[in-house]
Every structure is written in C-alpha cells, then in structure tokens.
Design a protein around this ligand. Structure first.
Ligand code: F6R
Length: 605
C-alpha cells in the first residue's frame, strides 16, 4: 500500500525524506509528496507521477526545515491526482499528515467536521485526520492530546506520521493494523512504514505494536498506548539486513511476501466503501442479464462470484472469459444488460475491449479493481476498490483472494436488497466473512510444511489433474493457473462431475489428481470421484477439512484446512495452491516473481 516516512533531526529533512521515499518505490505508487515545518510555517509539495519527476518539477528535496513527513501513495480513496496526494493538511495549514491504510468511518467523520465548518479539498479518507487534530487544538488541547483523541475516533487501519507548526521539533506517529517502525539515530530519529526507508540512515529500530502512538523528537521518543494513554517501552532491535531482503520483508520472493500478506489484505478488503457497495448491488439488481467478465485469475474470481450471486442473492449470472465475451454474447447485449468487469490492473486489453463493445450497446458497466485511476474506473458507471495494495509478483495471489471476498460482500448486499435469504443466514454469512483473515492466517501456519512436501512429490510429474465441484471448480481453475504459470507443469482442471465424460481417460498409474473437497453438500459425490480415480491408479491428493478422517484415510496425500462458509472456500483453499505453485517454481529453479512469457498487465489483444 502507501509508503510513509518522517524525520526529525539536525539534517535537512526534505533531502533525507526524498532519499527514503525512493527506497519505497519498489512498493508501487501513483503519487508522492513531502511536508516540512520551518519558522512556524508548513511547506507542502506533492503531485501525481514518479518521485524523480515530481522532485525535478517541485523541488521536494529543497523544502526547508529539520522536521518533515513524506509519502508515496497507492490510491484507495480518490483518484491519483495532485489534490488527493499526501501530505494532507487542516484548514489553518499548520498540520500535515501522511497515512497508509483505510479509514472505515471517514464519511461520518467528514460530515461531522464539515458541520463544524471544516473545509475539505480532497476525496481521501486521510484528510479527516488533520482536521480532527485541528478541532482539538481549537478546543485548547496540546498537539499530543489532540492527536491521541483523533486516533481514538478512527476506525479502520492506519500507519500515520504528522507534523504541526505548533511543535516544530516533534514528529507524531501511530499505527493500527499497518506496520510502523521508529528508526533511532544519532542527532535524528525517523519513522517509516517499511524498514527499507530507514536502512540507509540507521539499523537501530523500534517496531511499534498495534495501537501504539509515538511522540518523537531528535534525541528521544516516547511510546504511548492509544487505548489507555499509558507510556510503554518497546525494545530497540538491530536490523542488519540488506535493502533487497528488507523489500521482501525477509521473504526470498515478492510472491511469498504477498501470499503471507493475505490476512492483512483481506482485512482491508473487508473495509469497503459501503456506499459504492450499495450502488453496485442496486445496479446489479436492475439488470435483466448479468455478466461477470475477467481474464486469467480475475476470470476465476468471476466464476466464484457467479456461485455466490446465485446462492446468496438468487441472481443468475454468466461468468465469461473477457476475450470470449464479444464472440459469444456480443449480439445479445442491450440496455438491460449489466457487465461487472473484474480486473486487478483495470487495464487488461481483453476486458477493456469487451467493455467498449458493451458500452456502445448501452449496457451498464460496473467494475471491481485494485487500481484507482485505471481505465476501468473511468469507463465504469460504478466501481469498487478491493484495497489489496500493489502486487509485485506477476502471478496474482493476494488480489485473487480479495476479489473473491469483495464479490462475496456484493452478493450478501444484493441478497439483503432482494430479500432473498433469511436474516439468520445473512448474519451467519457476515460472521464468516469477518473471520476470513484469521482463517487464512491459520491456513498459512498449518500448511507451510505440507505444501513443501507435496511440491516435492509433484515436482517430477509430467502433468497434474485438478478437480473441484460447485464453487470449488473456481478453486480448481485457480490452482491450475497458479501451478501451470509458475512451475510450467501442464495442468488440467475440470468440474469433478465432468471428468468422467472424457478427461478420466488420461488417468493411469500414479497420475496426480488433486481434489478440492471442502465439507459442503458435494462432499459425498467428491468421495465417489476420488474412488473412481484411485481405482484407475491415480495418486490422490486431497484438500479437505482438517477434521475429515474419512477423506484423510482415502487420500494418498492430505492437506487439512480449517472450516469456513462453503462460498468462501475459494479464498482459503486457493492459499495452499499458491504455496504449492511457489515451491514447485523454486524447486525447479524458476523465478516465481517473473514467470516466463508473462506480463503483470496484459495490454494487448
Ligand atoms: C495470473 C494472472 C493473470 C491475470 C490476468 C488478468 O496469476 O495474474 O492471469 O489475472 O492477466 O489481469 P487483471 O486482473 O489485471 O485484469
């Protein structure tokens, strides 16, 4: 997501901050900015574009002063424009804030502050923070009190850094569900969302805990628990690692880092802007024919979404591979057609071509994307952001699980709107949605050894067969895509019921067949398929419930997974596939971050 840095010390803050920002470029960003404090004045420069270009144009690194904050933005609320770039300031232009995270209640806070005559200039959630602090200062509070009080009003995730002309020798920082580290130096202290931003300056670091706030000056710092206001000590650690290792947060590849980031990205994907979710549900409800359109992994998410829409909201839809949309359905589109396009990048040519065609025929275009300001966000009548942050590995991992989670929330909203399921069912599903980040954490913990063993067993196989039934068909397809694109082992994936209509003929002694068998209504039928394949000599790998002893017994290799709602299993069951694919690639000596012949965003037809 966004990168933040703060500095207070003897040096020129802006120069040091810009160098640190450049260390954060690898995370991906669309805009950048710096604010410093000098002689009781705030200096702020920011814009969209690359740091070097903005710096050449605006002289970010020439701002005066010994205290400052800086930011690289990956847009979540509001397009990637100059006005939405951080730092954000208050009405008096004396407080500057940079933020990484998503604030859930910013609309409500914005309304309250607007009623108190605060003026907002951006579309961001962050801008409420300097205004909340300003409100406290107006009431006679100290900066520290006002900051603490503001933090207690924020719902959602944040890593924050703030400066104020009222206390020009201090830097304020806080974190909740987003990392934040103090860099301890001689004659200076810093704060950053990422240790890479600090490594050039110091190796002595203090890792703030969740709901910690810090008051930092050049020679000292204090840490305070946000909830109780009491002071707390956190140990200083020496971090002696290379910038390259730090960028991957200790993981050997970005892909692995992104797989392990999923509990957090899923948490952020539960923090959707409710008014857009409502709008999406309303517009989907108005359609006579609904298409879910995507390519690659995003198509697999569409497939999962179509089961969710049908089973929760009783709304049938057509999941379509983007490049097949016009040939198959082009002649049947009309004003009563709704096309929900799913695209991480929002720039995939096959998707955009389908949308252009649909738009010309007066269809309603909706979007689900990870990229604010992408073409998809411009052509869609309404769109929703999945909040997964930039994905550097070419293979989609965290963005797939978030897409499925957002589609599940859309289906639930639609179910409520259409009055199609009982209140208790909705409540149950909502509870399961909220549990997903924790369950994925569990999956990562429980499967880490097994997936490696399995990758070893599969490594020399000439091909792999994957089967699922119901919504698990989408999991099987996504497993196939991950394994194939990273390990280059050909894979076949089928709905299990279809396998007997032809594909079963490829089965012979020790052919690996991976079955996706969550504890849903199809479990018994799946057991039949496993028997069928085993009878023909298949090596049966089963992904099933961790307590399912019958399946365990039947399988040649078993990966047990914690329970969730059947419609959410594409999220939890996709994770072991991601890990298997990753380990297969590494064991075979391939680079999992850059599979051959592939690009992150396919902008050609
Ligand atoms: C697979 C993968 C691709 C993309 C596809 C669509 O791991 O990353 O299959 O899913 O190229 O990209 P978006 O979602 O950007 O439209």
């Amino acid at each position: 997501m966004c990168g933040i840095v703060g500095y207070v010390g003897d040096g020129q803050a802006s120069d040091i901050l810009v160098r640190s920002l450049k260390r954060l470029e690898y995370r991906g960003y669309d805009s950048a900015g710096v604010a410093t404090c000098y002689q009781n004045r705030l200096f702020v420069e920011k814009d969209s574009g690359k740091i070097e270009e903005i710096n050449n144009k605006l002289g970010l690194d020439t701002l005066p002063g010994h205290v400052g904050v800086a930011h690289t933005r990956w847009a979540t609320h509001g397009a990637p424009t100059k006005v939405n770039a951080h730092p954000h300031t208050d009405c008096t232009n004396t407080i500057a804030v940079v933020h990484n995270g998503v604030l859930e209640n910013f609309m409500q806070l914005k309304k309250e502050l607007t009623d108190l005559n605060h003026t907002f200039v951006s579309k961001t959630d962050t801008e409420v923070i300097p205004h909340l602090v300003e409100e406290g200062l107006r009431a006679g509070e100290s900066v520290e009190q006002a900051f603490l009080k503001a933090l207690r009003k924020l719902e959602g995730s944040y890593a924050l850094a703030m400066i104020s002309t009222s206390e020009p020798d201090k830097l304020y920082a806080a974190r909740k569900e987003a990392p934040l580290i103090i860099g301890v130096g001689k004659g200076f202290n810093m704060v950053a969302s990422d240790i890479t931003a600090l490594l050039d300056m110091t190796q002595e670091m203090v890792f703030l805990h969740d709901r910690d706030m810090a008051v930092i000056s050049k020679d000292s710092y204090r840490i305070i628990k946000i909830d109780t206001g009491e002071g707390v000590e956190r140990p200083v650690k020496t971090v002696a690692i290379s910038v390259e290792t730090a960028e991957k947060q200790g993981h050997p590849h970005f892909m692995l880092k992104e797989i392990y980031e999923q509990p957090q990205t899923l948490r952020d994907s539960l923090r959707l802007q409710q008014q857009y979710l409502d709008l999406l549900a309303e517009l989907l409800d108005k359609g006579r024919v609904i298409f879910l359109v995507g390519a690659g992994t995003s198509y697999n998410a569409c497939l999962a979404g179509s089961y969710q829409l049908s089973q929760l909201a009783r709304l049938p839809s057509f999941p379509v591979i983007a490049s097949e949309f016009i040939p198959n359905y082009g002649s049947s589109l009309g004003a009563d057609t709704v096309v929900l396009a799913v695209s991480q990048s929002g720039e995939t040519a096959d998707v955009l071509t389908a949308l252009d065609f649909a738009r010309m025929r007066a269809c309603t275009i909706l979007g689900l994307t990870n990229t604010v300001g992408s073409t998809l966000t411009r052509v869609a009548r309404a769109y929703i952001l999945q909040n997964s942050g930039p994905e550097i590995g070419v293979a989609a991992t965290k963005t797939f699980t978030s897409q499925v989670l957002v589609l599940a929330q859309t289906a639930l909203r639609l179910a409520r709107l259409r009055g199609k399921i009982a209140q208790f069912e909705m409540d149950e599903f909502k509870t399961e949605l909220l549990k997903i980040p924790r369950i994925v954490e569990e999956v990562l913990m429980k499967t880490s050894v097994k997936v490696k063993e399995l990758a070893k067993a599969l490594m020399s196989k000439p091909f792999i067969f994957i089967l699922g039934r119901g919504i698990s068909t989408s999991t099987a397809y996504e497993g196939r895509l991950k394994i194939m694109e990273l390990s280059y082992i050909p894979c076949i994936a089928y709905p299990a019921g279809e396998s007997k209509h032809g594909p079963i003929s490829v089965i012979e002694e020790s052919v690996p067949v991976v079955f996706v068998v969550p504890p849903d209504e199809y479990r018994k039928l799946n057991i039949g398929s496993i028997m069928e394949m085993k009878a023909r000599g298949a090596y049966a790998v089963v992904l099933g419930d961790e307590a399912d002893s019958e399946l365990m017994e039947l399988a040649d290799f078993y990966i047990g997974l914690p329970k969730t709602h059947p419609l959410l299993t594409p999220i939890t069951y996709a994770v072991p596939f991601q890990l298997i694919a990753y380990h297969l690639a590494v064991m075979k000596g391939y680079d999992p971050d850059k599979p051959r012949n592939l690009a992150k965003s396919v902008t050609v037809l």
